[in-house]
Design a binder for this molecule. Structure first.
Ligand code: SF4
Length: 348
């Protein structure tokens, strides 16, 4: 079966495969997936919520329709005997790739030299590789999501530590602003430069150090677009994802994770207009599911990596179980990455 077969035929064969597999297989779909993939999934949600759902289910095979780091997180949290499968092994996340484990190890050594070992902790967004999560776990740090970043950063700062926030500079900057961190105590770590491009004094006086990574889907949004939609839709509420720049977050007035956005639209009064600044597939689905509200995208911005998961690849994975597109994480990496995720879950 190839990509050019009709959607109806592919969808029919996916449904047949699901019936054959029964309760042995669980198809998880991230909010940003194509509509035809979400329609065939058993559950949809954000990456961590789906991974936790998988681990608590009785299914032997988890087919994760999302990007690579999400499938890896599911493998890290999986129960013994569960296998995780990713329909396109080349569906990665550029933001996750911006924090290469060797660059993070070098940054750790340079921060130790400048500030002293034990003076800082890594807080790692779940949009990161299993290796970087594992390094975070070994160093006593924690993972975070866009929902709980404030809690996790507050925990680290509250212990008197500096925070190396990675890999998303904008989520870190927006979180620091919400926590009231003095902007003069926030520096940026450019991983292509020695000491991240900072002099040792700046690192010693910093409280938050932001890794220079970003999501191109969310940095596409601008403050001018927010002004423009406010002019076009009088009285509209505007909500954006915290991976947007601080300027866009400030201008929008509201920001939150995808799960927060779902609740935000649900609680908006019928007849109201909500402008949403995040991935287009998700915004279009929100609009379709809330026809009594006007839900509009801030601008058209899609994640091409999420888009790589197609019906043909999902079908090939289901028909190739238990071996097709298997996601494996070395045991030592799995154990340490799990520590960073468990620390986050305990704190939130
Ligand atoms: S939307 Fe951005 S952060 Fe999410 S998978 Fe795509 S590139 Fe990565």
């Amino acid at each position: 079966m190839n990509e050019h077969a009709g959607h109806e035929e592919l969808a029919r064969r996916v449904r047949e495969a699901k019936v054959r597999l029964g309760g042995n297989c669980l198809i998880l779909t991230h909010h940003y997936q194509r509509p035809e993939i979400v329609a065939l999934g058993d559950a949809r949600g954000d990456s961590l919520g789906l991974s936790r759902l998988a681990a608590s289910s009785g299914a032997r095979h988890i087919v994760f329709c999302g990007v690579r780091f999400m499938a890896e997180s599911a493998a890290v949290l999986a129960r013994g005997g569960q296998t995780v499968h990713h329909p396109d092994p080349f569906s990665g996340c550029p933001m996750s790739d911006m924090a290469d484990v060797e660059d993070v190890e070098r940054a750790a050594s340079e921060l130790d030299d400048a500030c002293g070992a034990g003076a800082w902790l890594p807080v790692t967004y779940v949009n990161s590789s299993a290796e970087v999560k594992a390094l975070t776990g070994r160093m006593g740090g924690a993972c975070c999501t866009s929902s709980n970043a404030e809690k996790i950063v507050r925990w680290a700062l509250g212990g008197g530590k500096k925070v190396l926030f990675l890999p998303d500079e904008n989520l870190g900057a927006n979180t620091g602003a919400r926590l009231g961190v003095d902007p003069r105590e926030i520096v940026r770590w450019d991983y292509s430069l020695p000491s991240g491009g900072n002099d040792p004094d700046a690192l010693r006086s910093a409280r938050v150090i932001l890794w220079k990574g970003y999501c191109h889907v969310h940095t596409l949004f601008t403050a001018a677009q927010v002004d423009d939609v406010r002019a076009r839709f009088t009285g509209a509420r505007v909500i954006v994802h915290p991976e947007c720049s601080p300027e866009v977050v400030t201008r929008a007035g509201e920001s939150g994770s995808t799960e927060f956005m779902v609740r935000y639209v649900e609680s908006a009064p019928p007849g109201s207009t909500v402008v949403v600044g995040t991935e287009l597939n998700f915004v279009r689905r929100l609009a379709a599911e809330h026809p009594d509200r006007r839900v509009v995208e801030l601008a058209r911005s899609m994640c091409p990596n999420m888009f790589k998961i197609t019906l043909a690849k999902l079908l090939a994975t289901l028909e190739g179980l238990p071996d097709a597109n298997l996601v494996t994480v070395p045991e030592d990496v799995r154990r340490d990455a799990r520590d960073a995720l468990d620390r986050m879950l305990a704190l939130s």
